[in-house]
Design a protein around this ligand. Structure first.
Ligand SMILES: Nc1ncnc2c1ncn2[C@@H]1O[C@H](COP(=O)(O)OP(=O)(O)OP(=O)(O)O)[C@@H](O)[C@H]1O
Length: 584
């Protein structure tokens, strides 16, 4: 229960509703007690009449009608309180589920990129849905059933002992056996359902990947192989489900068996006591109802304890993530304006998860409003520089300053607000093109969206679609070409009107003419912005105020286009190569 202590804060938050729920549960249990008493009383009246102790038929009839009305009234009240009980306790558990999901999601958002490298998406999804769901079962049904059981037990058993102590001892004897059996059965069911869940998730992942990669599967003609893979997984899933169903099928027969045993005891022992004149006939009937009333709560003790165990395991998994401290911390809440001067001073950076040293003693600076281009072979560390500026990772050796202050000492939120980042793989959401662009500025007007799209040279493509800017992208909509995606992603950065623009090789999929158009537009837009363009093309770099050339994490050349084309080296070679390709 140590891990589940985390949930106490939510119990405290909803204490009013919860207390009301518990109170109503107790009242509902007390009302349930009255029905068997009235039934017992009714049977006794009839018994007395049959035995000739009471002869006034009218009196018997009126007593019976009175009792029927009482039973009806009490049952209705018990039902009403049971309804209120569910409305309070179960509703509270839904609130707690909602709160917990939000807490986990917020924590996911706070965690750094490294965390996402170390944990699989499926696992993150499971903890926020499956595990939270299991904890809800503890916060709602487990609390409700435990309260019902405890109250019923105290109320019903005390009354039973008061009415017929010996008979009570006999009839409750099978109940602990029932509870232990159900507990063992619940554990076996839990074990099997975990396996069923795992096989199901493997099956879903397989199907999902097959659908995403359907074009590759068809192009390679490997449908039969994929089909066989699916059938094998489906067979395993079927077998595990059958295994689970077999154990589940034992649950009700076992309950019926043990209730039957208790009923027999009531009839046999109670019958003997009635014959001996120790109890009246109504008590036997009353006890029969009580035994059946107690069986379900007893069975539930086993079920609830297995539910609590599962919730404990799930909360432990959730706590693991909640206790994770984000690698990147915001050290100040002071609101700061960002001018955009960026300086790398002797920075060496190694990725913590792979131990790959991506940058070695890198030193350069860009003044606010200037444009810097970074060129270099693939894997030379270009993207890493942009990631450090966005503080997706913290610098380990050397210093990175923004406007002269080390980046770690600046307000992280302000830094990120000041950056418009276009990643190498443009990511667009399954939403309209307009909303994808507005992602950069939520309150942007349609005119601003169009303006940004024009500057990113994608407006003409968008208006060519039948739904224009409302065209939905992704699974349920159309897919854009690589170049179109890149340009929508550029529009998203432009609309933000940030102080720092970071373009990570985001013109690679557009033709040189469109590239030229976008660069021309950027030139106007970025007049007062610091712009860093990562590219493999000299055409993207040539107009920059400064160009740096990276090789295996080191700066091997830096200067302007003119300076670099006038010296032997990587840049000049690249320039000549791309020039001759263009002429061909
Ligand atoms: N998130 C990461 N975790 C671990 N290693 C990484 C990560 N990103 C990049 N690397 C490694 O760091 C090195 C530099 O990568 P980087 O992406 O900065 O190169 P790049 O110059 O941008 O390459 P490209 O032009 O192909 O995009 C590579 O060896 C790469 O394998």
């Amino acid at each position: 229960m140590k891990e589940l202590q985390y949930i106490n804060r939510f119990f405290l938050k909803y204490k009013g509703r919860l207390l009301l729920g518990l109170l109503v549960t107790i009242v509902a249990a007390v009302f349930k007690l009255f029905v068997p008493i009235i039934i017992g009383d009714t049977v006794n009246i009839v018994d007395e009449y049959i035995r000739g102790n009471v002869t006034d038929l009218e009196y018997v009839k009126s007593e019976l009608i009175k009792n029927i009305l009482l039973i009806l009234g009490t049952t209705l009240l018990a039902a009403f309180f049971t309804f209120i009980m569910r409305q309070t306790i179960i509703v509270v558990s839904r609130y707690i589920e909602f709160d917990l999901k939000n807490v986990v999601f917020k924590q996911y958002e706070r965690l750094s990129l490294n965390f996402y490298k170390q944990n699989r998406t499926g696992d993150l999804m499971n903890r926020i849905s499956e595990d939270v769901g299991k904890v809800r079962m503890y916060a709602g049904p487990a609390v409700m059933y435990s309260t019902t059981t405890i109250t019923l037990f105290i109320v019903v058993l005390s009354y039973m002992f008061y009415k017929a102590p010996m008979l009570t001892l006999y009839v409750i004897a099978p109940l602990p056996v029932l509870s232990i059996c159900i507990y063992k059965l619940s554990k076996a069911i839990h074990k099997r359902s975990t396996i069923v869940q795992q096989t199901l998730s493997r099956l879903t992942t397989f199907a999902q990947e097959s659908f995403s990669g359907i074009s590759v599967i068809k192009a390679y003609g490997i449908e039969p192989r994929i089909n066989n893979g699916f059938v094998t997984l489906a067979e395993t899933s079927r077998d595990k489900n059958i295994d689970l169903a077999r154990v589940q099928a034992l649950f009700f027969p076992l309950m019926i068996l043990l209730i039957g045993a208790s009923n027999l005891l009531v009839i046999y022992i109670g019958g003997n006591q009635y014959i001996n004149g120790e109890i009246d006939f109504g008590t036997i009937v009353e006890f029969l109802i009580y035994v059946n009333m107690l069986t379900w709560p007893v069975a539930i003790v086993g079920w609830v304890s297995s539910m609590v165990q599962q919730a404990e395991a799930s909360q432990k998994r959730i706590n693991e993530f909640l206790n994770e401290v984000p690698a990147i911390q915001n050290t100040t809440t002071k609101v700061e304006t960002v001018e955009g001067t960026i300086a790398f001073n002797n920075i060496t950076f190694t990725y913590p998860d792979t131990n790959i040293t991506a940058l070695r003693n890198v030193t350069f600076s860009v003044k606010a409003g200037e444009t810097l281009a970074i060129v270099g072979n693939t894997g030379s560390g270009k993207s890493t520089i942009l990631e450090l500026i966005g503080r997706l990772y913290d610098v380990q050796r050397g210093t990175l300053t923004i406007d002269g202050t080390p980046i770690a000492k600046r307000n992280l939120e302000n830094i990120r607000e000041a950056i418009g980042y276009v990643p190498q793989d443009a990511f667009l959401f399954s939403d309209s093109i307009k909303n994808n662009i507005k992602f950069g500025k939520e309150e942007a007007t349609d005119k601003e969206v169009m303006e940004a799209a024009k500057n990113a040279a994608v407006h003409k493509n968008i208006v060519g679609f039948s739904n224009g800017y409302d065209t939905v992208l992704g699974e349920r909509g159309i897919s854009l070409s690589g170049g179109q995606k890149q340009r929508v992603s550029i529009a998203r950065a432009i609309i933000k009107d940030p102080k720092i623009l970071l373009f990570d090789d985001c013109l690679s999929a557009v033709d040189t003419e469109t590239e030229e158009e976008i660069l021309q537009n950027l030139h106007d837009i970025s007049a007062n912005k610091t712009t860093i363009i990562v590219s493999h093309r000299v055409s993207s770099a040539k107009n920059a105020d400064k160009i740096i050339v990276l090789e295996e994490g080191k700066i091997i050349q830096q200067g302007t286009h003119l300076e670099l084309t006038n010296q032997e080296g990587y840049y000049k070679e690249l320039y000549n190569k791309q020039l001759s390709e263009k002429e061909m």
